[in-house]
Design a protein around this ligand. Structure first.
Ligand SMILES: [Zn+2]
Length: 226
């Protein structure tokens, strides 16, 4: 539809099934950007998501949180939301025996849950923790947990394109994990016309790791050589 309108107003004749990496699209991108900057056209939409402004108790808060409907990802059904009554563990601070037991318990609990195979995924996890364990890093809990879900809910955790994490702490003893998982088409770029990354960086220089390697000569200076 965009290409039809582009051809009509500019007198061009781009085929409508043009490949999304065809450089002739650069002109169309410029043409579209003009509309966007003029305000005559906008592709921004308001998506409504349900969030709790107030909850009767912590269970409702955790429940609404874990049913968070990601407004950025879309994909095929099903959306799976599961509560797992097991205290989260941190990959770093647990011994291998604890890690293995955690893995076996999760496998046991999720043995009948839908398996997403090799699909791309959007995952939201809520770790419910006792206040006493406030030092647990949310990223370390996530690493161990998502690792454990491999071969259970999906093949490999590198299929996760969007990850949303919450650490919900409270004064009591009950600890558990809530996970919400769905397929995402985020990386198919069906919502993008021209599939190349063109960005005007202006004056911003590229940071090259080799300029920051800590060698004897420059270890005292945090700045790269000019
Ligand atoms: Zn998402």
């Amino acid at each position: 539809m965009i290409l039809r309108e582009y051809n009509r107003t500019t007198g061009s004749s781009l085929e409508e099934d043009i490949k999304s990496n065809d450089d002739r699209l650069i002109d169309v991108v410029g043409w579209l950007n003009n509309f966007l900057s003029s305000g005559a056209l906008s592709f921004l939409v308001n998506q409504s998501i349900t969030v709790a402004a107030f909850s009767p108790d912590l269970a409702s808060k955790a429940s609404i949180l874990s049913q968070f409907h990601c407004p950025l990802c879309y994909g095929e059904a099903p959306i799976v939301t599961i509560n797992i009554r097991i205290p989260p563990i941190s990959l770093q601070s647990s011994d291998s025996q604890t890690n293995e037991a955690f893995k076996r318990a999760i496998k046991y609990r999720l043995s009948h849950t839908h398996n997403y195979g090799n699909q791309r995924l959007c995952v939201h996890v809520v770790f419910v923790l006792r206040n006493k364990r406030h030092r647990m890093d949310v990223d370390n809990m996530a690493k161990g947990f998502l690792d454990t879900l491999q071969g259970v809910l999906y093949d490999n955790d590198n299929q996760i394109d969007h990850l949303n994490l919450h650490k919900l702490m409270w004064e009591g003893d009950e600890e558990h994990i809530r996970v919400n998982i769905r397929e995402t088409h985020f990386n198919r770029h069906e919502d993008v016309l021209y599939h190349k990354f063109r960005h005007n960086w202006g004056d911003q220089e590229e940071l090259r790791l080799e300029d920051f390697m800590d060698t004897k000569e420059n270890s005292t200076s945090p700045l790269p050589p000019p």
